[in-house]
Design a protein around this ligand. Structure first.
Ligand code: DGY
Length: 320
């Protein structure tokens, strides 16, 4: 189908693989410079857009939709789509695509890295060395083993189960809590438990839920209080799932022995944020999917979602 009369606009810099895929098929307006598209230009693009390639975390809501009368497709270049008002899009028959699947392994690797870091203090060890303390008798203290410990995974979709697999390689027992029990959990070597049991019995907790009204602020003061003393906590999902102040207090008191976060609230986390004054936390800048291969695959799926939707075909992944 000839889609050259369809205009696809991009909210930020996109990968060459997506440009190569799109440029011969549609009329592409992409901003390949640093930062956001200048507002005047963006507003003019919105007027013409049939599809929007959402790169970066722009808010897609009624306000934006009103400026884009022809828009029929929003393709989000990530698995998470909490920046999109799904109801507002669907009310205007705007289809939404995203990129699950292709980023599972990259994200699970970062979760596993942070899990090991909460046990062993790898980043802290690096800073210890860098600060010239290795040769001085400044002890770092001991870590703990992953082996024979219980990992509680909250949110047991593809990413949660990929984290479980990695933890099992370190000899961990895996329990999980999810909206519903996974039919194949025995094959995945994981046991479904209640929310309360997970909090009470996990030595480590890894969070892989999507952000929605029922998970927003899920890890609050009460949740941290219900955890085992000295639990270690990893979040690779969305920062808003965790009450940042409650986590700060739990880390400060030692209730949570260590945390590893790839996502925070707010994002970006300012360099002088109180969380970063704590010795028992590692924060990475929402980089879990940031590998060459994964970002290329995400870009390609995003581009393919656009072309499929504009051609009236099913998208590779559609948000319903
Ligand atoms: C996603 O795809 O939602 C991830 O958070 C990106 O790293």
């Amino acid at each position: 189908m000839d889609l050259k009369d369809k205009t696809v606009i991009c909210s930020g810099k996109i990968r060459p693989v997506a440009i190569a895929y799109l440029q011969d098929k549609v009329t592409l307006k992409s901003w390949q410079q640093r930062g956001r598209v200048p507002e005047e230009q963006w507003n003019a693009w919105l007027q013409e857009a049939d599809a929007l390639y959402s790169a970066g975390n722009i808010r897609i809501d009624e306000k934006l939709l009103q400026k884009a009368p022809k828009l029929r497709v929003v393709a989000q270049s990530s698995v998470g789509y909490d920046n999109i008002d799904v109801e507002a899009c669907h009310a205007r028959s705007v289809k939404i695509g995203n990129t699950p699947g292709v980023l599972v392994n990259a994200v699970a690797d970062i979760a596993y890295g942070l899990l090991i870091d909460t046990a062993r203090g790898i980043v802290r060890g690096h800073l210890h060395t860098k600060n010239g303390l290795w040769g001085e008798r400044k002890a770092m203290g001991l870590g703990v083993d992953l082996y024979n410990k219980t990992l509680g995974v909250v949110g047991f979709g593809d990413i949660g189960s990929a984290i479980a697999k990695r933890a099992q390689a370190s000899g961990m027992r895996v329990i999980y809590h999810n909206r519903s029990r996974r039919l194949n959990d025995a094959a995945l070597g994981a046991r479904y438990v209640s929310w309360e049991e997970l909090l009470k019995t996990s030595d480590f907790i890894a969070v892989a839920v999507t952000l929605n009204p029922s998970t927003k602020g899920l890890f609050n003061e009460a949740a941290f209080a219900a955890m085992k003393d000295g639990v270690r906590f990893v979040n690779i999902s969305r920062g808003k799932v965790v009450d940042t102040d409650a986590l700060y207090e739990a880390l400060k008191s030692g209730k949570v022995a260590a945390a590893g976060l790839d996502v925070t609230e707010p994002e970006p986390l300012p360099g002088d944020h109180p969380l970063l004054t704590l010795p028992n936390i590692t924060v990475t800048p929402h980089m879990a999917s940031a590998t060459e291969e994964t970002r290329d695959e995400m870009a390609l799926v995003t581009a393919q979602n656009i072309v499929a939707a504009l051609s009236g075909q099913p998208m590779l992944a559609q948000v319903k």
